[in-house]
Write a protein that binds this ligand. Sequence first.
Ligand code: NAP
Length: 495
Amino acid sequence: MNRIGVTPEMVSRVIPVDPFDLVIFGGTGDLARRKILPALFRRFCAGQMPDDSRIIGAARSEMSESEYRDLVRDALAEFGKKHAEDKHAVEAFLKHLHYVAVDAMGDGGWKEMKALLRDEEGLVRAFYFSVGPSLFGPLAEQLRENGLADRETRIVVEKPFGHDLESARSLNEELAQHFYEDQIYRIDHYLGKETVQNLMAVRFGNMLFEPLWNAQYVDHIQITVAETVGVGGRGSYYDHSGAMRDMVQNHLMQLLCLIAMEPPAQFEADAVRDEKLKVIRALDPVDPDQIVRGQYTSDGSMPSYREDAENPTSKTESFIALKCYISNWRWANTPFYLRTGKRLSARASEIAVVFKETPHSIFGIDSGRHRNVLSIRLQPDEGMTLGVTIKEPGPGGMRLVDVPLDMSFADALGPDAEEVTDAYERLIMDVIRGNQTLFMRGDEVEAAWAWTDPLIEGWERRGDSPKPYDAGSGGPDDAAFLINRDGRRWRGIKI
Ligand code: NAP
């Protein structure tokens, strides 16, 4: 047992799922190789995948089953982490794999797919759409028309879910022609992170925080998702998207919802999603002067954003910082500062709840001013820290110092830290369990676009250009000004 009482047994406790047939459309693609298949392999190694479960890769390319297994073997060697060193485990996992060549837009392959799938009582059937978003609608239709889906079948839809409100609405409508909402699992992998769920445990499992979790005691909240990578490789896709669509509308919005929502009556999918939806609908429109957009320049060794995007006149933002408010009793006048960007100085994601100062200091001005901060880190090392103020040890009077109460998982688990379940592992197993709590509902996605669209339309109408910022920096100077002019500072997380 480690110092906060977590045992490796607690970490690896496995609740078995029903046997399943999981078809991965795009089973040869980047996401399948890097995330989905390694996640399934790790659940297999954990003993969570029943023996009679099958994973069926599907894509247009013709290949035999053994060629597909070779492809997956290579993917596991590259992305499977320490479990992939166990050759017996890899070979045992590969026996669960099958492959069908099928074109989402064509006729070929559907009969073969149907012949392969089993119709058995208690067997879960799920289709993971790990393909470009233009194929989501056609795939849903093909599944129905070819008799591959019934009322129990589940579909998993990757991001991006729409480009704006109109496209998200029509995608929702397209899917709704063939599937009920309780069959559709829209992935936002941020929701599958251990820390994000721990945030709900900390908020709603303790008496300590919830009474303070409001405008009266919280000064402000910061949400940061900083990346060191640029957009190289997917520059042309990203150039039609930008940080607002790619990160804020989905990931940062979801984190904001979990921080700001009212306690749901139960930890149940629709109860949680109803509360998240209320937060999005209570978001005020954002003034243009509360938004800073940036675009990275070249540092000599790495290309600039415009070079990565192969668009010398691009006005797309690779960085955004904004201040927003939620108009409800709990959060009235409490600023939420959001920032995210690429090619920054560090890879770090954090939600920080910054509490107000004590109303009166009994220690005099020399003891400094202190604030409690609850820091919820999503990467690189998932965990939580609560900053508390104590007396600096030793003689010499009453000097105050801030110390962290650390709930870092890596520290807590020691060598078993790698056992912390990856977001995709948890989310895929939730699909098999039929638990939609950590997936976005259609109306949530539409509400998020309804808030985002006018902001984007505003800067497009004005023809605003993003501010250049140095690669490897903390973003444009204006982002610091956005918060400094309120007498606050971004949290120092080396960006
Ligand atoms: P990718 O590497 O381009 O792979 C696309 C896959 O789809 C390939 O297996 C491709 O194989 C298959 N495919 C393409 N057209 C098809 C068709 N008409 N019928 C059947 N299969 C078809 O793309 P990806 O990066 O894996 O991304 C997949 C989805 O996940 C996208 O929606 C993306 O936005 C999303 N996503 C990706 C990441 C990531 O890190 N990669 C992260 C988040 C979300 P064939 O060419 O052989 O058909």
